[in-house]
Design a protein around this ligand. Structure first.
Ligand code: TA6
Length: 301
């Protein structure tokens, strides 16, 4: 990063509350440290890697084996998947989950919020993005680190054609033991089971993880509740303008197959992803904006 740019970034800092530092792999991140909350967000992928509301342990899972370099996604925290989810339907060579999680974003703002700190970042279409996706867009991300974690992903179609995209906030929740964890809020919701030839099924009751789980819950705007009796906490995720929720745990074999994930880490995490994917991909007219929001709150068990 050039000196002028580094200075510009420094000017955004809030002394003793939000500073820009070099972290793992020399990647720049914003470190939040205040009486109400601690947290971290990387410019690489606008990737949140830590959120600790006052009086609570770390809420997000981060793999001890994560890569920290340009071109690779960080394993854990909250990766942003855009403009496609999973593999790209018409291009098997395209990066999984799109390209924004492996690009460096622009830091736009850092502001004091009511009981925390709001960080704003953005990314725009360029020659590199058009290699994969010939579209003009502006992507803005506003994150408030406070007693709640508020996330807002804003897509603006800056081109002349309709944009169709998928999006997900691919949140890795840290849990005490996945075998004792339960996910509520998806009863009677249909889902695509990616571990069973994409068969469509219907959820009955709470979700208990007892094998590799990779599901896309469809047409659901409901909040979910993650119950963790081991860490004695309940995590609630409410959302807006999101019609799908993805639930993922790699279990034993997939965990072993992932090079940036330790063999036993499947026990400590579950992904619950606020999203618009599959048949709920978004169509956005030229000049229009789409805002997807999620708010994460932790309460005692
Ligand atoms: O969100 C679930 C999922 O799509 C799974 O299929 C699994 O591949 C996971 O994402 C992780 O994807 P990644 O590309 O980060 O290895």
């Amino acid at each position: 990063m050039g000196t002028g740019c580094a200075q510009a970034v420094r000017q955004l800092e809030i002394p003793a509350a939000a500073t820009v530092v070099e972290g793992n792999g020399g990647l720049q991140k914003v470190c939040i440290a205040s009486p109400q909350v601690d947290g971290e967000i990387e410019l690489h992928g606008a990737h949140i890697t830590s959120w600790k509301p006052a009086g609570r342990d770390e809420v997000l899972f981060l793999s001890s084996q994560s890569r920290w370099d340009e071109g690779h996604a960080i394993r854990g925290g909250i990766p942003i998947c855009f403009p496609w989810f999973g593999g790209k339907a018409d291009d098997p060579k395209a990066p999984a989950h799109g390209f924004v999680r492996t690009k460096s974003w622009q830091l736009e703002s850092i502001a004091q919020a009511e009981d925390g700190i709001t960080v704003g970042m953005f990314l725009e279409s360029d020659e590199d993005t058009k290699r994969w996706w010939p579209a003009d867009f502006h992507l803005a991300y506003r994150v408030t680190f406070a007693s709640e974690l508020s996330l807002e992903l804003v897509v603006t179609n800056t081109g002349k054609n309709i944009l169709r995209f998928e999006e997900a906030l691919h949140t890795y929740h840290r849990v005490g033991n996945i075998l004792n964890t339960r996910v509520g809020g998806l009863h009677a919701v249909d889902y695509i089971d990616k571990t069973d030839s994409n068969r469509k099924k219907s959820q009955q009751g709470e979700i208990a993880i007892a094998s590799e789980t990779d599901r896309v819950y469809l047409n659901t705007r409901s909040p979910i509740e993650l119950e963790d009796p081991v860490l004695r906490r309940r995590t609630r995720v409410a959302k807006e303008n999101s019609c799908t929720t993805v639930v993922w745990n790699p279990w034993v074999q997939k965990a072993h197959a992932l090079s940036d994930f330790a063999d036993d880490e499947w026990i400590q995490m579950i992904c619950i992803e606020t999203s618009n994917v599959s048949e709920f991909a978004v169509d956005l007219a030229p000049g229009r904006q789409h805002k997807m929001r999620a708010v994460v709150r932790v309460v005692d068990f």
